[in-house]
Ligand binder design. Structure first.
Ligand SMILES: [Zn+2]
Length: 68
């Protein structure tokens, strides 16, 4: 599974959550991707650069509790 590397800044997942992605020049070998809480990969990488994602807008409770 792979995704296109997004640009830095806010990105909206397909589930509706909004994440603030930041690119770092640090080596973090034990982490190569970040998942949204819905399970979708927000960003993945295979270089020396690494990303962090901060949740800036979660889903409303009514959507988190949906029963399908
Ligand atoms: Zn999501």
């Amino acid at each position: 599974m792979s995704v296109d590397v997004p640009s830095q800044g806010e990105t909206t997942c397909v589930c509706g959550r909004v994440w603030d992605l930041t690119l770092h020049q640090e080596i973090v070998p034990d982490r190569s991707y970040i998942n949204c809480r819905c399970g979708r990969i927000l960003v993945s990488w295979n270089s020396v650069r690494t990303w962090t994602a901060e949740l800036v807008h979660d889903l409303p409770a009514i959507q988190r509790g949906e029963r399908g």
